[in-house]
Design a binder for this molecule. Sequence first.
Ligand code: PGA
Length: 263
Amino acid sequence: MEVIVCATAEEGSDLAAKEVLGALSRKPDLVLGLATGSTPLGLYRRMIDAHRRVEADFSKVFTFNLDEYLGLPPGHPQSYRAFMDQHLFRHINIPPDHIHFPPTHGRDVPAQCEEFERDMRRVGGIDIQILGIGADGHIGFNEPTSSLGSRTRVKTLMEETLRDNARFFNDGTRQPDMAVTMGIGTILESKRILLLAFGTTKVRAIQSTIEGPISNMYPASALQLHPRVTMIVDEQAAAGLAMREYYKRVYRNKLSLEGSVMP
Ligand code: PGA
């Protein structure tokens, strides 16, 4: 697991943007797995800025979002689709039919979940999956005790997650307590994973994910099984890591090796 400890969230977002935009310049039909929440907003702002500077073309890109609430009317302002429209999609030139969300309406949601995963495979699978992490160690809405081999499906949300997100539902809308999320098995099939975590509320989750045992009690710890995952954390989120100085040295060595082999 590559762990990059950045001084600030801004620096972490710069690094993530460099990865994503670099991959896009090499592969115009990049397939991105996307996350909602406050953490990736800095990355999305940088993607938008690059598009405005005409340095990034999203016209061939495909996206698959990790999760969506079950039971909200389509287009509801608290839906994750509305969040992504507001913070990314409406500011870049991605074709609407290239945007995918886990199914939450209509008949037979489980069959539609299988179709969602087929769509993913049809475009060649996710090249880069962006992840945040919940205070309880969830990725997507894979709450503690999720099967580490799980696929896209309906999940009931934990109390802690409901409490963390309750602030978004103070407009009188009933807060859904179920969601459809990519499974951990689905996420692990991404070719590359970037997990971002900033701030003091992530200390416990980051420590358990990186230095704890693989456990369904901390679903993000399953990322230890993935060969190309990078954890981009700020100093605050890294505060509980016993081997923090080692990760910094590993990263410095990586940069100096790259410097010596690249022209
Ligand atoms: P946050 O949410 O980015 O708003 O902290 C992350 C999550 O709960 O997955």
